[in-house]
Design a protein around this ligand. Structure first.
Ligand SMILES: NC(=O)c1ccc[n+]([C@@H]2O[C@H](COP(=O)([O-])OP(=O)(O)OC[C@H]3O[C@@H](n4cnc5c(N)ncnc54)[C@H](OP(=O)(O)O)[C@@H]3O)[C@@H](O)[C@H]2O)c1
Length: 288
């Protein structure tokens, strides 16, 4: 059982898998939990289930497809109308989009949904995070970042589903390290993690082809439950062992070294600038 009593927590992708378990555990411990989901029915069902299971009525929903930047801005505005502070932001939503596609705003869907939407959401909620005085941002990345690179020439088109997925997860770690540096002294820590090979909605996506065989084998040999997958997220969200720890990458609740590329300072600064440029091009406004 974790303790986040009295904290305000926002969990993206809380309708299934590790996000659901994370939201449930935080609610059990007495936190106010905001479930951010792209599907209104699933969001309502998740909220009702969490309330019925835990008896904690402080569970709220925000509807937002994180791959659509106008929706992200709207969700952040709604959050600000309801809450003045944010103590724990868990950027968990994500997955593989197969075949790769563009969003209505012309962005590659995995880069947008797994990374850029979280980048934008976090930036929009910085004042509320700072107002907490002791906030934690947790970015759920993946071991898939290890072999990935950022292809600035073709962030939008043509990424293969695995290539695009790895790129989005590498972007999340680069973002983690850059944001952690920018927020030093502001009372906000930022860390990333790989949850393990979790048997969840993520692996259920792969039922055919070579990826289906690989994922089925991985599930059978090393697959873990969403509860086990959520344990590193919850550790980073509430454990006193990581109070003040920032700009780190964790696997199985232990600090690990992420890929060499993810630690490239010039790359992460370029990604930050390019992310701002993309948001400007999409027309959702300026960021500091
Ligand atoms: N499972 C693994 O083996 C594994 C390994 C490494 C990393 N991860 C990462 O762990 C995180 C959680 O995955 P999981 O295993 O729990 O998978 P999951 O059961 O498929 O859950 C993914 C969640 O993200 C939501 N989501 C996806 N794209 C979204 C978008 N554009 N906007 C809003 N919500 C969106 C999904 O919503 P819907 O219910 O609407 O689909 C769902 O709630 C993901 O970031 C994933 O990349 C998973």
């Amino acid at each position: 059982m974790v303790s986040a009593a009295g904290k305000i927590c926002l969990v993206t992708g809380a309708t299934s898998g590790t996000g659901y378990v994370t939201a449930l555990e935080l609610a059990w411990s007495g936190a106010t939990v905001v479930v951010l989901a792209r599907n209104a029915q699933k969001a309502a069902r998740t909220r009702d289930e969490i309330i019925a299971t835990t008896g904690n009525t402080h569970v709220d929903t925000l509807i937002c497809d994180l791959s659509e930047m106008a929706q992200v801005r709207h969700a952040a505005e709604e959050f600000k109308e309801r809450f003045r502070t944010l103590d724990i932001l868990i950027n968990n939503a994500g997955g593989v989009v197969k075949p790769p596609r563009r969003t209505s705003e012309g962005l590659e869907a995995m880069f947008a949904g797994n990374y850029l939407g979280h980048f934008f959401l976090t930036e929009l909620l910085l004042d509320e995070l700072k107002a907490s005085g002791n906030a934690r941002v947790i970015n759920v990345s993946s071991i898939a970042h290890r072999t990935a690179k950022i292809d600035f020439e073709s962030i939008h088109p043509n990424a293969s589903h695995w290539g695009g997925y790895g790129q989005s997860k590498l972007a999340q770690i680069l973002f983690t390290y850059e944001l952690a540096d920018r927020l030093k002294g502001d009372g906000v820590t930022v860390n990333a993690l790989h949850p393990g090979a979790v048997k969840s909605g993520f692996t259920a996506e792969f039922r055919t082809g070579l990826s289906g065989v690989i994922v089925a084998l991985s599930d059978a040999l090393i697959g873990i439950s969403p509860e086990e997958g959520a344990s590193t997220i919850l550790y980073l969200a509430v454990s006193s062992e990581v109070t003040g720890t920032t700009g780190r990458y964790f696997v199985k609740s232990k600090e690990k070294t992420s890929s060499r590329r993810s630690r490239d300072i010039a790359l992460r600064r370029r990604l930050w600038r390019e992310s701002q440029d993309i948001l400007r091009e999409v027309g959702v406004g300026e960021l500091s």
